[in-house]
Design a protein around this ligand. Structure first.
Ligand SMILES: NC(N)=O
Length: 705
């Protein structure tokens, strides 16, 4: 969510030709690298993205390191890389800290949900599939719409933010930037599927983190700034001209900032829906191997904190320190609020202190942050269109090959749609701040009922369907009602103020929980979690009879009419003591196998066997407990123990500021080790196998006469 002003032409910092060259060149480079990587995986590591299981959930074999870097990369948006600095410039150093805490607890929550999904719905591909399996068609469609809305608004706002920045620094045609950003991503995502995004995510993370550390340190060590002490001195010397209303003594150097805390809270709700309501974050957890989900997600959660905190603090305060000096690109003209809202603080600081090469590097960072978000969105929407819509409602008998083809087409359709939607928003004069405040109200209502689907056996179908709708109405009423109550009228300006948006988001998030509990008292029922396993068996028969029942089952007649030639999921067995299941850690889908099935409805729940061995299940339960402990720890520390004691009449002393920012910078390095260095170590055997294969093939080829 950004406070973005569109159509703000800044000082041209980079020639248009260079900007076009960079955007197209980086797109082509990434396509080439990823297509080569996909080929190597296919030939030397037996990983073929032409199967739907590989395309959508990377065969459920992704390790901790790659998971951490992929989750980190999909979650590292332009918001925290560029706008944390702009918001720190506006409200002071409380913002980057709140921003960090507004990013990490959601990812830690997904660690717990992801591992629980592995336990209860081991073959799931998307979060929506879980909703359908438990509640049928109507609930599924409600959640498809909520997911698509979340994804489309999130992705379009990122593309618009990126296009605005590119336009702002280079003057490149806005529409051209909007088209070029998703173009390269389409190709590698369509060809490589989820595993390709895991790999590009790694490259994005590597380059972006190097640049983030480079910018932070180059700015700090610049002679004009003079290190942490110099930065502190400059900010205190210019305190009178940088008075921030709502902050303690108007200081940039205090945690007691009303606007920062409101901003931080809205961010928490908006970001929670961007994670839980985005099937991409579920898919990535389905793609992980059993022991990788929790450590992978928790590493990413910790690493992401380092992005807004260190970078935002250093760049935002530096902007304040030098914006009235001759080195500032717009000097002596005033640096306007519109320019700040367009995200131009960071490129201007870079131009002033690092120069043209810095701006090229900034452009590369923009590209990395943008394309990783866009590719993740593409996989998510493509999985919804191909798996949740096409396979479920249009062609249940679709072969695996056809499903992958539809996934490819869906990526292209989504790219065209999102580009057109972004351009329409721009030319329609969209107010991105307003959209940023509306989105949590629209998408938060789905969160609790979705979590209940996996965690609470007593939530009924009616509760799942009605509570998000009622929650949205409640949130909307609170948002508009508060705007009216506080400011006397409802218009764009009053609904764009922080407090109404915050109260609206709170209403949207919490009220569905209450509605769900209340509605579930009407015709109460209790869901047996083993039903998920039985339904998954039913799902491999191309039927959709589950759509009209709270506790879906397949009738004998239904079953008798179905083809017996279908995908079957091997490890589920009606023979409880099957040896085969004892060692299986990763469910395997066997393609198009002729195998007579017993009607799933005819199998007693007591005979349904979990595909994981007892030991693996025990391990998963242990991870589940660890995930909740980690989540509670992260919430307590980053919401309460750390920031709250500082919310008082206190302006940072020089020593405290230096220590604070030093820890923030150390955190960047920790992030680098967690999501860049560790994945290399973690994936060393695959890297060696791939490299050996390429080396051997090259040698054979070269030695041919
Ligand atoms: N990562 C986000 N949503 O800023």
């Amino acid at each position: 969510m950004s406070s973005l002003s569109l159509g703000v032409a800044g000082d041209t910092l980079i020639p248009q030709g260079t900007a076009y060259g960079l955007l197209i060149g980086l797109g082509v480079l990434f396509c080439g690298v990823i297509l080569a990587a996909v080929k190597i995986q296919k030939v030397y590591l037996s990983e073929d993205s032409a199967t739907s299981e590989m395309f959508m959930v990377a065969n459920r074999t992704v390790g901790t390191g790659l998971t951490a870097s992929a989750v980190f990369s999909s979650w590292m948006w332009i918001n925290e890389t560029v706008f944390a600095a702009a918001m720190c410039y506006k409200f002071g150093l409380a913002v980057p800290m709140w921003w960090g805490s507004g990013l990490c607890f959601q990812i830690a929550l997904m660690a717990a949900l992801g591992v629980l999904a592995k336990i209860r719905v081991p073959y799931a591909h998307t979060s929506l599939e879980i909703v359908r399996q438990r509640y049928g068609r109507v609930g599924h469609i409600v959640y498809i719409l909520l997911n698509l809305a979340c994804n489309i608004f999130g992705c379009a706002s990122m593309i618009l933010t990126g296009s605005q920045l590119i336009y702002g620094v280079s003057g490149m045609n806005f529409a051209a930037a909007t088209i070029l950003i998703p173009l390269g991503v389409v190709l590698y995502t369509a060809v490589g599927g989820l595993k390709a995004t895991f790999l590009t995510d790694y490259l994005h993370t590597l380059v972006a983190l190097i640049l983030i550390i480079f910018f932070t340190l180059s700015v700090l060590t610049n002679d004009t700034i003079g290190g942490l002490g110099g930065l502190y001195d400059k900010v205190t010397e210019t305190a009178a001209e940088n008075y921030i209303s709502g902050n303690y003594q108007g200081s940039l150097l205090t945690m007691k900032s009303k606007q920062a805390i409101i901003w931080g809270l809205i961010l928490k709700f908006g970001n929670l829906s961007l994670v839980v309501m985005d099937t991409a974050f579920w898919q990535k957890s389905f793609a992980t191997e059993v022991n990788a989900t929790v450590p992978g997600y928790d590493l990413a959660a910790l690493a992401i904190f380092g992005i807004p905190w260190g970078l935002g603090t250093v760049i935002g305060l530096t902007g304040r320190a030098i914006h009235n000096t001759p080195i500032w690109p717009t000097y002596p003209a005033e640096f306007t609020t519109a320019e700040v809202n367009a995200g131009l603080v960071m490129p201007y600081v870079i131009k002033a202190l690092i120069g043209d090469q810095g701006i090229v590097a900034f452009f590369v960072l923009l590209f990395m942050a943008l394309t990783s978000t866009v590719s993740s969105s593409m996989i998510a929407v493509s999985s919804i269109l191909s798996f949740d819509l096409y396979k479920t409602y249009i062609n249940p008998k679709a072969s695996d090959k056809r499903l992958v083809r539809v996934s490819h087409i869906s990526v292209v359709i989504h790219a065209i749609f999102i580009t057109a939607f972004s351009i329409a928003l721009n030319y329609g004069g969209a107010d991105m701040t307003w959209i940023g405040y509306f989105r949590p109200v629209l998408t938060c209502p789905g969160i609790i009922p979705l979590i209940f689907t996996l965690c609470w056996e007593k939530q009924t179908r009616l509760a799942l369907i009605l509570s998000p709708i009622l929650g949205f109405i409640t949130g909307l009423a609170i948002w508009l009602g508060t705007a009216y109550h506080l400011y006397g009228e409802i218009n764009l300006t009053t609904t764009e103020a922080g407090p109404p948006a915050l109260y609206g988001a709170i209403g949207s998030f919490f009220s569905p929980g209450l509605y769900s509990v209340l509605i579930s008292q009407y015709k109460p029922y209790s869901f047996d979690w083993r039903e998920f396993l039985r339904i998954e068996l039913a799902d491999i028969e191309p039927v959709e009879s589950s759509s009209s029942s709270t506790s879906p089952t397949i009738t004998k007649e239904d079953k008798d009419n179905k083809s017996q030639t279908t995908n079957t999921i091997e490890p589920i067995s009606t023979t409880p003591s099957s040896d085969k299941t004892a060692t299986i850690k990763t469910p395997t889908v066997i393609q198009n196998r002729e195998k007579p099935l017993i009607a799933s409805s005819a199998i007693s729940l007591d005979d349904i066997q979990h595909p994981f061995s007892k030991e693996t299940l025990a391990e998963l339960h242990r991870w589940y407990r660890i995930a909740w402990i980690a989540w509670i720890f992260i919430v307590l520390v980053t919401f309460v123990a750390w920031p709250m004691p500082l919310y008082r009449d206190y302006i940072f002393t020089k020593t405290f500021f230096k220590s604070w920012t030093t820890v923030a910078i150390i955190w960047q390095f920790v992030a680098f080790f967690a999501v860049v260095v560790f994945p290399l170590y973690d994936g060393r055997s695959q890297i060696v196998r791939g490299a050996t294969g390429v080396w051997e093939s090259s040698r054979t080829y070269l030695s041919r006469k």
